[in-house]
Design a binder for this molecule. Structure first.
Ligand code: ATP
Ligand code: MG
Length: 663
């Protein structure tokens, strides 16, 4: 690290707010702060701005029907088709421009560019094939696929014929697939033979088949052959398993008229990632969801048609739905899709891709940034990242140290960093600064977007004072919101509304959405999300947010990542257990352990003093990169571990158990 870097780091460490870079503001899609007042004074009609980003085949009569809360309807009686909005309407101007730049695992030089013209063609052919197989409007089609281009093709083909899709993470278990197909009564599956992970072929179809064995009704399957023959696993295929390539060939050149869908018709079903128990079938609609994905992509990610935009999430997660597929394609931009991992063949893989494709935005998760930080800045430093204009994060809070590292080493202080809070249920971003308008405060997501109303309240629903911890609530409906949990209106109300609403009232203002996250709000109305309500610890009667303690720990030099959970304690009720990954080049020793304990005491107070600091090489994570705290809690309490099938790295569990016993 050069001297200037050290100086810069010291300066950044002191700074707790950042103005958007001038060069960014000058060209931003949204740069006028009056948007906040304008939207508030003109609510809900302000959301016509989102609807106007789409082409409608029939105009809507009413922006919002709130007569039967919480079953809100947006853009009432409007009709449109999502596939038409993502493809057909761009053909006149952008037929030869790239819609998807797919970067495959670097094993077989498999990178592919799909122009809008090519994507349109393949979507039509596959839509024709699906129809031929018997898929009808409103039939749920499940996709169990990794990051290969046939996944967005299949999603858009479904949208074209009005069949909702339900995408299941490729990394999920056979059981998880079966549960979701049964819950959604889904009779169709699109999957693949296998894919590559860190250069090695991985058998996927055997797992899919095992899942199908657990489905309680008949199914038809389409199999994409991702692997070349010599890497294939030689699966036997039955009469109900069709080859994707054959189907598309058989329907070569066919076009399918996009079906008019009512704004409120289901576009897709997405089962939440399941960090906290039974997955919920979140229902998203065609008009509200798509307009939300498009509007937030435009105003927050600052996407323009000529951009090459890179979101490094997985499409099996809501982030990939909204911000790899629907938002960017609705705006006619070039969206990147990356199949591999960030450290194969080397730890500069993402930077190499950004340099090669001259990507303009990068949207990723804090856990990835902490990994980059752990690997060291020499990896990004060896690439030209000057094409980047905006950086974003999502998934969990980003601690200030990682935020500043991202800002300095990836953005070169020229890119705003947006920390976006939202959920599967919200369809798109909710809390964040507008990058061309608001100052950024590392560690805080920011205010609610214009036209949204969010607050932090206590148990009785009254707003808490600045700096106090409470519960995040959203007071007004928004177009991208989930409409219900699939075939379970009652659970929808119980899960998200009952806590703070007068559920007997049909006055919309008596209804409050509860995302089940804890939060704090400051004097400027910036909201810091502290984590799930379930993750709040109760130590000797004091409520402590796990994420706040984690942020203090990763602020300690030598710590790359940390997870905090509550362990049973005779006197305190709960005690703070911390699991810590060290940065490369630092030792797991007593000195670091003490620095961590001190760091927590300094940042939060002696009450938060960790009972145990357990060093570990990895943390158990879900496919979307979230720490599975429930598991760590079980380890701390020496309880049964329960279901570990949705973990990305199930092998780490026994390692951690051993470490915990030794410590
Ligand atoms: P499940 O609901 O099944 O337990 P999940 O909540 O992990 O799964 P997601 O919808 O992918 O599924 O995650 C949303 C949650 O992620 C939010 O409720 C919040 O707890 C956390 N989160 C997302 N973005 C941020 C952010 N920018 N800051 C803080 N927390 C965030
Ligand atoms: Mg959730």
């Amino acid at each position: 690290m050069s001297e200037t870097d050290v100086d810069l780091e010291a300066r950044l460490a002191e700074q707790d707010s950042f103005e958007p870079p001038e060069s960014f503001v000058e060209q931003a899609n949204v740069s006028d702060p009056s948007i906040y007042d304008e939207f508030e004074n003109n609510w809900p009609e302000c959301w016509e701005a989102a609807a106007d980003l789409l082409d409608w085949n029939s105009d809507y009569d009413q922006v919002l029907d709130d007569s039967n809360p919480p079953f809100y309807e947006w853009f009432v009686d409007g009709e449109l088709n999502a596939s038409e909005n993502c493809l057909d309407r761009h053909l006149d101007e952008r037929s030869d421009e790239a819609a998807i730049e797919w970067v495959g695992e670097p094993v077989d030089e498999a990178n592919r560019t799909y122009t809008y013209g090519e994507l349109h063609r393949e979507v039509n052919e596959f839509a024709a094939a699906l129809r031929d197989m018997g898929v009808e409007e409103d039939d749920v089609v499940t996709m169990y696929m990794p990051m290969i281009p046939e996944l967005p093709v299949a999603m858009l083909a479904c949208a074209r014929i009005g069949a909702p899709h339900s995408v299941v993470f490729a990394g999920f278990s056979a059981d998880a697939l079966a549960t979701r197909m049964n819950a959604a009564d889904s009779e169709y599956l699109v999957t693949c033979d296998g894919y590559y992970r860190r250069g090695d072929p991985l058998d996927h179809l055997s797992k899919a088949n095992e899942g199908l064995d657990g489905v309680d009704h008949g199914t038809d399957t389409v199999v994409v052959d991702r692997l070349p023959d010599d890497d294939s696993f030689g699966h036997e295929r039955s009469d109900t398993q069709h080859s994707y390539a054959d189907l598309v060939d058989d329907h070569e050149g066919e076009t399918i008229e996009p079906v008019d869908r009512d704004a409120e018709d289901m576009l897709f079903l997405m089962y939440t990632s399941g960090t906290t128990g039974q997955p919920k079938g979140v229902k998203h609609t065609t008009g509200g969801y798509l307009s939300w994905a498009a509007w937030t992509s435009q105003s927050v990610l600052d996407i323009k048609p000529d951009d090459t935009y890179f979101c490094a999430a997985d499409i099996g997660w809501i982030t990939g739905h909204s911000y790899i597929v629907y938002g960017p394609l609705a705006l006619g931009t070039t969206t990147m899709m990356y199949e591999g991992t960030p450290d194969y063949p080397d730890r500069d893989r993402l930077w190499e891709i950004i340099e090669e494709y001259e990507a303009n935005q990068l949207y990723t998760a804090p856990t990835a940034i902490r990994a980059f930080m752990k690997w060291g800045e020499e990896y990004p430093d060896s690439h030209d990242l000057s094409s980047l204009r905006l950086l974003g994060t999502v998934g969990e809070p980003i601690n200030p140290r990682a935020w500043k590292w991202y800002y300095q080493h990836i953005g070169d202080e020229e890119c705003p960093v947006i920390d976006t809070w939202w959920q599967t249920e919200t369809g798109g971003m909710m809390l964040t600064t507008l990058p061309g308008v608001g100052k950024m405060k590392p560690g805080s997501a920011g205010p609610p977007l214009p036209g949204l109303s969010a607050d932090v309240v206590d148990m009785s629903g009254s707003p808490v004072g600045a700096g106090e911890a409470g519960y995040l609530v959203v007071n007004k409906p928004w177009p991208g919101m989930l409409r219900t949990l699939y075939k379970n209106d009652e659970r929808f109300i119980n899960e998200y509304w009952r806590e703070y609403s007068d559920v007997d009232s049909d006055d919309s203002s008596d209804w409050v959405y509860f995302p089940e996250d804890g939060a704090k709000i400051d004097e400027d109305g910036y909201i810091t999300v502290l984590g799930r309500v379930d993750d709040v610890l109760n130590v000797s009667g004091h409520r402590l947010g796990t994420m706040e303690i984690e942020s203090a720990i990763v602020g300690v030099e030598g710590v790359a990542e940390a997870a905090v959970v509550g362990g049973d304690h005779d006197i305190k009720g709960e005690a703070v257990y911390t699991y810590v990954i060290t940065e490369d080049g630092y030792e797991e020793n007593e000195e670091l352990r003490e620095a961590i304990i001190e760091g927590v005491e300094d940042a939060i107070g002696p009450i938060a003093r960790p009972e145990a600091v357990i060093f570990t090489p990895e943390l158990p994570k879900t496919r979307s990169g979230k720490i599975m705290r429930r598991l760590l809690e079980n380890i701390a309490n020496e309880d049964e571990l329960g279901d570990t099938s949705t973990l990305r790295n199930p092998d780490v569990v026994s390692d951690i158990q051993q470490q915990a016993q030794n410590d």
